[in-house]
Design a protein around this ligand. Structure first.
Ligand code: ADP
Ligand code: MG
Length: 260
């Protein structure tokens, strides 16, 4: 399917501190098309995570969306109730964050955690939900899924826990996955496996992916389109091939030089 899955238009997100109100995200506009993997890059503090959270409706005071709009499949998200946004996050768009920032519940087995998500959003019976949990673990490449599904998070490696987080995020077959630094805390081999997994999701299921990273190497490997953020603004965006060959903004040039 072609067309716009996500449209961000002139989005502004503010934070108010005792020093004043700041545009942390400052009038940014970009699209993600159905089935596209788009890289959102920028140095630490440039506003990538706040952009992700704004799209997902997860900005809490002292932050607030101060302007612009976010459309998902043409439907305006800004201004929707928290309950409605919760429903959309469960069914239509999903997210994974940097491990170990995203945490699994230590007292539930990984199977229970996946099953709970699908039960909640898809009304499956407990037995069906557990079967789905095993399927999801297989899908994200966890060996011996039938055994792992009964284990607790501490019995898994960091890489496996991040795969479980991905399994939870994908259990509702979202149309859009927002992955915020999903591999940053993982070692290089596991990083490569997680990226492979996201690639296959994109290719096989047509999941649209907004991949947030400070690592241009990851973008070069994964994304046809790239958005470069600097100090809350988008300084350039376009086909990755063009931006890598001919960066227009000095900041992008500096970022490119940092790739080993
Ligand atoms: P990135 O993900 O690109 O590293 P963030 O989106 O997390 O950057 O942060 C962007 C800016 O927003 C930073 O300058 C940060 O200081 C500011 N910021 C984030 N959270 C808060 C908060 N709770 N209160 C005030 N400022 C915040
Ligand atoms: Mg961040």
């Amino acid at each position: 399917m072609k067309g716009k899955l996500l449209e961000v238009k002139e989005l502004v997100t503010d934070f108010t501190t005792d020093r004043g109100t700041f545009h942390v995200v400052d009038r940014i506009s970009f699209d993600v098309e159905y089935g596209e993997t788009v890289g959102l890059v920028g140095e630490s503090g440039s506003g990538k995570s706040i952009t992700s959270l704004s799209i997902l409706g997860l900005i809490k005071p002292p932050g607030r969306i101060a302007g612009g709009s976010v459309l998902f499949e043409g439907d305006e998200l800004t201004g929707k109730s928290p309950k409605e946004m919760g429903r959309i996050r469960g069914r239509e768009m999903s997210m994974i964050f940097q491990e170990p920032m995203t945490s699994l519940n230590p007292v539930l087995t990984v199977g229970e955690q996946i099953a709970e998500t699908v039960r909640l959003h898809q009304g499956l019976s407990s037995k069906e939900a557990m079967q789905r949990a095993v399927e999801m673990l297989k899908k994200v490449g966890i060996p011996m899924a039938e055994t792992r599904v009964r284990q607790y998070p501490h019995q898994l490696s960091g890489g496996m826990r991040q795969r479980v987080m991905i399994a939870i995020a994908l259990s509702c077959s979202p149309k859009l996955l927002i992955a915020d630094e999903p591999t940053t805390a993982l070692d290089v081999t596991i990083q490569a496996q997680i990226l492979e997994l996201m690639k296959s999701l994109n290719q096989n299921d047509g999941t649209g992916i907004l991949l947030v990273t400070h690592d241009l190497g990851v973008v070069a490997e994964m994304c046809k389109k790239v958005i470069v953020m600097y100090a809350g603004q988008i300084v350039e965006q376009g086909p990755a091939y063009d931006i890598f060959r001919n960066p227009l903004h000095p900041y992008t040039e500096a970022l490119l030089k940092s790739i080993p």
